[in-house]
Design a protein around this ligand. Sequence first.
Ligand code: CFN
Ligand code: HCA
Length: 538
Amino acid sequence: ESNRDVDLAKVKSEILSKYPTKVARKRAKQILVSPSGKGSTIPEIGANVRTVPGILTQRGCCYAGCKGVILGPTRDVVNIVHGPVGCSFYAWLTRRNQTRPASKDAPNYMTYCFTTDMQDENIVFGGEKKLKQAIQEAYDIFHPHTISVFSTCPVGLIGDDIHSVCREMKETLGINIFGFSCEGYKGVSQSAGHHIANNGIFKNVVGLDDTIRGGEFRINLLGEYNIGGDAFEIERILDDCGISLISTFSGNSTMEQFANSHTADLNVVMCHRSITYMAEMMEKKYGMPWIKINFIGARATAQSLRKIAQYFEDDSLTARVEEVIARELPPVTEAMETARPLCEGKLAMLFVGGSRAHHYQELFNELGMKTMAAGYEFGHRDDYEGRQVLPSIKVDADSRNIEELSVEQDPDKYRMRKTEEELSATGQAYREYDGLIPDMKPNTFVIDDISQYETEKIIEAVKPDVFCAGIKEKYIIQKSGVPMKQLHSYDYGGPYAGFKGAVNFYREITRMTNSKVWSYVKAPWEKDPELTATYAAG
Ligand code: CFN
Ligand code: HCA
C-alpha cells in the first residue's frame, strides 16, 4: 500500500499548517519537495540551525558528537567525563562501534565508563579538585599512556578550567593528558562536538610518533567508525589491494595510529560531515592531499578503490585493485540479483545524522528501491547541496618536509589540488561534487532536522516499505506498521560496508520488506469491528 505518487507539496502544506506562523516559516525552509538538482540549480535548504524548542528532534548534543562519535571508537585512551554520572552513562557503549585489540594484553578501555560523578557540592564549590583526583585514580589503576577529559553542560556553566587541570596532571604524571570543552549545549547539534574533537586530536596527538611503517601505498581512512564491524570488512579489502592503513579516524583505532597519521601519503574521507576538518588541517600542515570516497554500496566501493589507485598512478596497484574487484563483485552481483525482484519498486526513507542518509541510498538503488524522503539530523548546507572539491594531485612523499611544509609558504611547490584550468585541460573525469540533494529523484522529500510529528505525517502519507533512523524513532515507526532499520547501530546486524557488507544489507532489507508480520500490527477488531461485539458478548 505504499504510495509513490502522493502529492508531497500538499503533505508539506498540511504539516506546516499545524505550526505557529513563525515556526512554519522556519520549517518551510528545511522541508524541500522534489529537490532534484541534477542539471538544474540546486535549491537552498535551511540547515545547521537551532531546533525550535518544544519540537521533538532526532538530534543529540555537542558532547555526544565529541565523546561518543569521534573519540568513542578509540580503545587505548581513558576518556573521563567530567560531569554528573548520567552524562557518562548515556555515552557508555551506546554507539555500536567494535574493536579488535592487536593482542590479548593490548589496552582496551572502551568497555569502561569513567566519570567524576559530580555532586551538588562540586557544582557550588567547583569540581577541579575532583577531576584531578579522578585523573590520578585512573592513572594508578590502569597506567594508560593517554587520558582525555570531556566537559559536560554544568562544567561550562560553573567555569571549571579542565585544560589547566589537564596540563598540570600531564606534567605530574608524564603521560599525554588533554581536555575537550564539549559542553552539550554548544552549537546546535552533535556537529559542534565533531569539530572540537578534531581540533583536539590534531593539536594534541597527530604528529607525535612516526614508528608505524606500512607498505608503498599508505593511507588514512577518515570518517569510518566501525559500526557493526564495517571497518573490519574495509580493512580486509584494503589489505587485499595492498593498501596500508596507517590510521582510521576513528573506527577500530588507537592513539598510536593517530600519532602516526601524518606519515601517510593520502587521506581518504568517507563521512564528510564529521571529519573533513581533520583532512583540511592535515593538508595545510603536512601537505597531505585528500579525496572523497565511500565504501557503502558495492559499486561505490569498487569506484572508491579505483579512485585511490588513480591517485597513486601506479600500474601494479591498479592491476591489484582490478583483481580484487573482479573477485569480489560476482558474489555481490549474484546476491543483488536474488534480492532485486523481491525489493524492486519498494520505497525507503532515510533520516540519519550527517552522511548515511545519502550514502545508504547507494544500497537501496542497487536493490531497485526508491528513496522517497531523506534528511540529516545535523548536516550543513554543503552536505545537502554538495561542495566542489578539485581533485588532489600526487605529492612526492619524500619532498614533503613534515616539519615545515605549509601550503601558504610555497603554494607552487606544495600545491595539492588541480586548478580549474588544469582540470579542463586534462579533461579529468572527476571533480568532486557530492551532495544529497543532487542525487534525489523527482517527487521526493529532503527534510532537515525532521521532527517526530513530521515523521508520523509523512509515514501516514507515503507508507514507505522501510524507514531508516535511530533508536528514538524506532518503536513509533514500527507501531505504525512500517519496518524500521536502525542505520546508526544496524540493530544487531552488519557489517554493511564494502562487498560482504552489501550482501548482508540486501538480505536484511529483503527479509524486512517481505515479512508478513507488519500486516498483523492492526488489531483484528480494528479491521473487523464486529469482533468487538463478539468479544463483548463473550
Ligand atoms: S557513525 Fe557517523 S557517518 S560520524 Fe556522524 S555523520 Fe552520527 S553516530 Mo549516529 S550513525 Fe550517524 Fe553519520 Fe558521520 Fe554515526 S549518519 S548520527 S555523528 N554518524
Ligand atoms: C549520537 C550517537 C548516535 C545515536 C543513535 C540513535 C549513534 O548521535 O549521540 O539515535 O539511535 O549513532 O549511536 O547517532
